[in-house]
Design a protein around this ligand. Sequence first.
Ligand SMILES: Nc1ncnc2c1ncn2[C@@H]1O[C@H](COP(=O)(O)OP(=O)(O)O)[C@@H](O)[C@H]1O
Ligand SMILES: [Mg+2]
Length: 451
Amino acid sequence: MTGLLVSLLLVGVIAVILRWQRPAWYWMTFGVTFAALRVAVRYTSVMDACGLTVPPARWRLSLARMANRPVPESRAPRILRLRPTRTGLVLRLKLRPGQDAFDVASATDRLRHSFGMYGVTSRELHSGVVELRMTGYDVLRRVQMPAKTDHAPMRIPVALREDGSVHYRDYRAVPHGLTLGATESGKSVYQRNLVAGLASHDVALVGIDCKQGVELFPLARRFSALADNPDTALELLETLVQHMGDVYQLIRAAQRITVDVPDADIAADIWDLPADMRPTPVVVLVDEVAELALFATKDEEKRRDRIVTALVRLAQLGRAAGIYLEICGQRFGSELGKGITMLRAQLTGRTAHRVNDESSANMAFGDIAPDAVLAAIQIPTDVPGIAVSGDSTGGWTRIRAPHTSLRQAVNICNRHADRTPDVPALAAFRPAVAPLPSAAAPLAKTAPATA
Ligand SMILES: Nc1ncnc2c1ncn2[C@@H]1O[C@H](COP(=O)(O)OP(=O)(O)O)[C@@H](O)[C@H]1O
Ligand SMILES: [Mg+2]
């Protein structure tokens, strides 16, 4: 008897410690069962309390009256499925006549504490069917990406969403992206995650890092071209514009449309070309874009104009040629001069880390999702890496990338260094890298003994 009591006590203590220290483990051991039971037992009363029930149909009322039976109760949406996940529960509901998805969306906060969950979001799957995604704990506090993620070309699992699902950066669906955020808000870590994710894909990476290259040069082994100052950046971008022209020539040559070519085989972008002819896609990563757009002298102004023109051309025409832009900066508005808002309009994927003022958030979302602006300003300062990500459909979600250190990213890039494609056009910008440390002399020996 005492043995049983002691082991029960032990399990209880373990549960409390896990819940406090390792919420993810707690969820997978105890939390998920308790939560599923709680939802199943309380479902009808919670829905009633949250105003998500409808009165019984007229024919039921008449039937009850005729049969002299008690008046039937109001009905809650029917549960189609209750599925436990790694981070929470997914509840799929069939709405009753007269209800709409907006009713459920506006009740998510009430549902959240009624069911004792950490977060609840809802979305409409198709007419009349709504999915409630509930999380059992704060999944963004310590981001753990699931071991298994979807694998598709140019689709990178880059962060975790607040509803526990994986946030992908899909270059083929959203070719160009803009990442904004105050300094120390987590932009470079986000970009580093992208590089680490892209490293194992068949893609040429091009980096422009005018912060003397501190962020991207350590990853040089996986880069086909790098620039660390505005002059090189200009040459690099103009070379890319030329490369884009060459790719279009190639696509033109491959088209040769005749009547007997099936519609599906007519190539209009590189992904329609046969795999052996397809040029390598290029992702251009720009860190601290303002460095490219600011100028002090007349010469620098000319250079700036040419840089912005090249970027605008790449953004307008790059997608079909497989050239994708990923731009990071603290602000990206008209104060950076002419051409900037035009460039911004082409950058569909928007991500805003913590920003200091509303106007910075407006640069990311003002023109696509006004309520995301508020969410971006509310990001607290003590959790770097939290961001609001939206796209041109007006939808947005809170995300956080895993904390990949520079060392981890360097290791991943070195491991995939042999995947770095040789793009002849970019050969002049290929960073010179020493052989891997295993072959070279240890760093400590080459450094002077006295500092
Ligand atoms: N996703 C994240 N998870 C945890 N810590 C983060 C995350 N992103 C950033 N940080 C922390 O914030 C610091 C600043 O991030 P960084 O990306 O360099 O900011 P920025 O480039 O916006 O100035 C990093 O050194 C890191 O310690
Ligand atoms: Mg940075």
